[in-house]
Write a new protein. Sequence first.
Length: 205
Amino acid sequence: MEKFKVLKAVAASLPLVNVDTDMIIPARFLKTIKRTGLGKSAFYAMRYDESGAERADFVLNNEPYRHAKILIAGDNFGCGSSREHAPWSLADFGLRCIIAPSFADIFYGNSFKNGILCITLPQADVDKLAAKASSGNTAGGEFTVDLESLTITAPDGGTVSFTLDGTKRTNLLQGLDDIGLTLQKVDKIASFEEKQRREQPWLTA
């Protein structure tokens, strides 16, 4: 998993509440277990019309937001069914950070396991950041999300602090998903397996 330390990128505002996982990626695109190639289907119904053409009024279809790596979202983001394809599709689209007043628990956990930083902030702070992302004075300017200092800096220099569970922060900083965490203990695992083979040979016979 790619390490997350400091992200400087364009932020897009999607101020919708209760964006569920089917809105993030519709069920008909869940036919693969690969994490790549799903970005083109992210927010499909909002991004494309019935003919498959891009909707001009959707923020992520417009410059510079189609290159956004930060999404400023509404309350209860990621609710609905517990599909890991949702963070897979957002990561493949290019998003590395989502800022919202609240997240659905399963989506929140899955996002961190796939290298996406989810930041929970009071609604007032989210509204201020969203306004700056969309304002004519700062629209398209880069926001800076610093995971080491736990700060978000807007294009105009304004800063907002956030908090995060220490384990999630450490894992992102070190680029460790569940497999990476397991591989840190590979010597202990090998030692256990060798001992088990000696003492309980019938298990591997």
